[in-house]
Design a protein around this ligand. Structure first.
Ligand code: HT7
Ligand code: ZN
Length: 861
């Protein structure tokens, strides 16, 4: 496939200020007529080039007359036009039911809907399908009224009517010029939950969430999230909504989480539907975050869009930051920060250290869908977050105000964003721009010394080589830092140290004894910190640090260091005992700390993930990491058994509500079971069964089932199987909950998980055509280290087989399964060879999608 390079960007030769679309709707043969008003750009002399994908032009008219000067150049329709302004009319026909790729116009459960980002519009009609072509859309659609009673598109409804033959029609007009990727159409049998929002300037906005009949009772949380987001964006970023209505549609078949189409967001049902019986607290949080994210795109993405897809982080990184800030304001800010860092470390750090590493603004791609990554989204958010750290909130806001003012209605670049922050906030971001250019997670080494009355902190940084970028320049790394006095347990104020050189020293007068270093507080920079720090200092920080993230980090470090040493066989028995005792003591202190809220307590009591431990090791042995982590869990389970029992009892007594205290109790309840399951499976199974049987909410039920499903002891098998059978029967027909049933089993600690997943793939409820179901089974499996990394390579084979089977159905989703196999260089040699062999097997298969082919070839290089 051709490589598209950022450096090759050229402005479009033709603009399309207006487009009128007319759809004759049908599940199997939808006819589309597109009228494009095209205008030649100054100094352009070439023909009109319109992108297409899997469609053929039925007819081509220019200014209303048949036109023969056109040809196909690969999939592009090339039309020679005599003048500078014309109306071009093209007809196409699509089979939405055959569209299993779920890009363009497709059918889902009898409804029709679109997904156009990134390049789906060209599967509907011929068009310059690039984000710097902005058009005003008028849409007409007509279809069978019984099959499609609801007809929606972007913007405002203009007119509608019906015919005596049982068909009806609707017209929509969107006054805001937009790129084609934001176009949307939905037609189906849907019901709406409605509310209103009055903007700060007093405009009333009608809000509707469209779902299938029966689901309307489960839209309340999403609606609340929408209203909260609309208010928050006015208050925090000064952004007001700009249409009279805002529609959301939930669809069961969707490649991603949701889509921010102008005035008509389309959502995966999993990010809309919730009630206590069927959605966990995590689901509630995810709904709040995704609804907010899509709403915030109305400004960061839609009003100011991207010039080209290399600028994707312009809208995605910024919008992730905005949704993170929103969720922090709606709930517990420290807990949200810890969760976001955990996601970054679990998903983005491995990307940055693997074969698919790319800067947040990539330089080249074959298939843009492969660049909707944790790097572009989550690291992109971290990069902008560092600007907030450097500028402070008021100056950062001045920067974003300037950005929105300057570029409203434009297709902008990351450079435009940085410049606006630079100008508006009064920062010099010259060197900072390297965050957009260089891939790889910087490593900072920190050394603290003390002499006389001064403590000296020496910081050095390196950015690892990544594919195509062997040599790196120093980054700007803002590190929020505090030095703690050992005697008082306090510090004299936090400082922002900005590391800009390869090596730099910072002096702190007033220390006659060596203080304890607390660095990268709040995770102010997305870097890895290396420091030779005594276990006692980590114990000190775990107990005393007033920055909640730093406290969490001290506990994580304590455990990571112990586990990495244990895995590499470096631990003497004495050191092992000492490390375990230290970890047990900080756990005991956290369990007993009356000043902590339970949500935060739950964060502090999370073991580092196996993937994050593996990241610290050049070539990891997944089985020994798993064994050591389980051993630590077992030790904590047995050493603190009485505390876990008491915790489980205390939390079980807390009644269900969505308040923080009750959510904290639910989080801890299942955590207590997890530790007990490692040390005393029979007792854990007894408690888990009781929790399952008495559950009045999905958080408790799923937690209990997850614990039961993981217990391998034969005497617990009956309880395990009974609970799984009950869960399936209880929620039969509820697709989102049945997804959980698949995930729980595929992610289980049970030694037979691989066998279970093989059987589940043949279960009547499994289907390859629903991305949620595929991800529920196989993503959970690929993220289950013990099962995926089976020593004989059966886990790798399973994922490779999946990729090969799924690719012809949905290449976009199939490609998402390549990165777990692509990590082979970071795994011990025997498994690495097996992983590589599976990648080679995929690479040798004929007819691979561009999505899978790009990911596999990069992973082999
Ligand atoms: N902007 C949206 C991206 C998206 C997408 C990308 C590729 C394939 C399918 C997709 N569905 C939605 C989602 C977002 O970040 O808001
Ligand atoms: Zn987004």
């Amino acid at each position: 496939a051709p490589v598209i390079k950022r450096a090759d960007y050229r402005p479009p030769e033709w603009q399309v200020p207006e487009i009128a679309l007319d759809f004759a709707l049908s599940l199997t043969a939808t006819r589309v007529r597109a009228d494009l008003k095209v205008v030649r750009s100054d100094a352009a002399s070439g023909p009109l080039r319109l992108d297409g994908d899997g469609i053929t032009p039925g007819s081509v008219l220019v200014d209303g007359a048949a036109h023969n000067d056109w040809r196909m150049d690969d999939s592009q329709l090339v039309i020679d036009l005599p003048g500078n302004r014309h109306t071009v009319t093209i007809e196409t026909e699509i089979d939405p039911t055959a569209n299993t790729q779920l890009s363009g116009l497709y059918a889902s459960n009898g409804m029709l809907c679109t997904q156009c980002e990134a390049e789906g519009f060209r599967r509907i009609t011929f068009f310059p399908d690039r984000p710097d072509v902005l058009s005003v859309y008028s849409v007409r659609m007509a279809g069978d009224k019984a099959a499609f009673p609801v007809l929606l598109s972007n913007g405002n409804p203009v007119a509608s009517g019906e015919h005596s033959d049982g068909t009806h029609w609707a017209e929509w007009h969107d006054p805001w010029p937009k790129p084609s990727y934001l176009f949307a159409l939905v037609a189906g049998d849907l019901v709406a939950s409605r509310d209103t929002f009055t903007t700060r300037s007093g405009r009333k906005v009608d809000l509707a969430i469209y779902v299938r009949a029966g689901d309307e009772t489960r839209t309340g949380h999403a609606m609340k999230a929408l209203i909260d987001s609309m208010r928050w964006d006015e208050e925090v970023y000064g952004r007001e909504y700009d249409l009279d209505l805002f529609n959301i549609v939930a669809v069961a078949d969707f490649n991603a989480g949701a889509m921010e189409n102008k005035g008509l967001n389309v959502f995966n049902t999993r990010y809309i539907l919730a009630d206590p019986e069927t959605a966990t607290d995590g689901d509630y949080d995810a709904i709040e975050g995704v609804v907010a994210h899509e709403y915030f795109h109305n400004w960061s993405g839609n009003r100011v869009t991207c010039r080209d897809w290399f600028q994707l982080s312009l809208k995605e990184g910024f919008t992730v930051l905005r949704d993170q800030q929103f969720s922090a304001d709606m709930g517990s800010a420290p807990v949200k920060r810890i969760e976001d860092v955990r996601i970054l470390r679990a998903a983005q750090f491995p990307e940055d250290s693997g074969p698919l590493a790319h800067p947040i603004r990539p330089d080249a791609y074959q298939e843009i869908s492969n660049f909707y990554t944790a790097t572009v989204y989550n690291k992109g958010a971290e990069v902008i977050r560092m600007m907030t750290v450097l500028a402070g909130p008021e100056r950062f806001r001045a920067g974003t105000d300037l950005y929105f003012d300057r570029h409203d209605g434009e297709a902008a670049t990351c450079e435009d964003f940085v410049k606006a922050i630079e100008d508006g906030a009064g920062l010099d971001l010259k060197q900072f721009r390297r965050w957009y250019e260089q891939a790889g997670t910087p490593r900072v080494t920190a050394t603290l010394t003390q002499a006389g009355d001064t403590a000296t902190l020496t910081l050095s940084q390196t950015v690892p080589a990544t594919p195509g970028q062997p040599d790196k320049q120093p980054m700007v790394i803002p590190l929020r830092t505090a030095l703690f006095d050992r005697d008082t347990g306090k510090h004299a104020g936090e400082q922002l140290l900005v590391l800009t050189e390869a090596e730099q020293s910072f002096a702190f007068p007033g220390f006659t004894a060596l203080p304890v270093l607390s660095i990268n507080r709040g995770f102010s920079a997305p870097v890895a910190i290396d420091m030779a720090v005594a276990t006692a200092d980590l114990v000190f920080l775990a107990a005393h640090d007033d920055d909640p993230f730093a406290r969490y980090e001290a506990m994580q470090q304590l455990m990571v260091r112990h586990l990495v040493a244990a895995v590499s066989g470096e631990l003497t028995e004495a050191a092992r005992a000492e490390g375990l005792a230290a970890i047990r003591d900080v756990y005991a202190a956290v369990l007993a700390d009356g000043a902590l809220d339970d949500l935060m307590r739950g964060e502090l009591l999370i073991l580092p993930g196996e993937g994050y431990i593996a990241e610290q090791i050049a070539q990891a042995d997944p089985s020994s990491i798993h064994a050591e982590r389980e051993a630590l869990k077992r030790w904590l389970g047995s050493e603190l058994a009485a505390q876990w029992h008491a915790l489980h009892d205390r939390c079980t007594a807390v009644p269900y509500s969505l308040e923080a205290a009750a959510r904290g109790a639910r989080k801890l309840k299942t955590q207590a079971l997890v530790y007990l399951a490692a040390s005393d499976p029979a007792e854990a199974a007894r408690r888990a069964k009781a929790q399952y049987d008495s559950a009045d909410n999905m958080t408790d039920r799923q937690g209990a089932l997850m614990v039961l499903a993981g217990i391998g002891a034969a005497e617990c098998d009956e309880a395990r199987c009974a609970a799984l059978a009950d869960f399936h029967a209880r929620f039969a027909g509820n697709a989102l909950v049945i997804d959980k049933w698949f995930s729980i089993q595929a992610g289980a600690l049970h030694p037979d998980t691989l066998k279970h997943v093989t059987a589940l793939a043949d279960h009547p409820d499994f289907t390859m055509t629903n991305p949620n179901r595929v991800r529920a089974l196989y993503m959970a499996f690929a993220a289950n280290p013990q099962a995926f990394h089976a020593a004989d390579g059966a886990g790798y084979r399973m994922i490779a087989d999946l990729i090969l089977r799924l690719d012809p159905i949905n290449g976009n989703v199939a490609a998402r399964f390549v990165p777990p196999l692509g990590r082979w260089r970071r795994i011990e040699p025997t498994r690495a060879a097996l992983m590589r062999a599976e990648l080679e097997r995929i690479a040798a298969a004929p007819g691979l999608s561009r999505d899978v082919s790009e990911q596999v070839s990069k992973s082999l290089n």
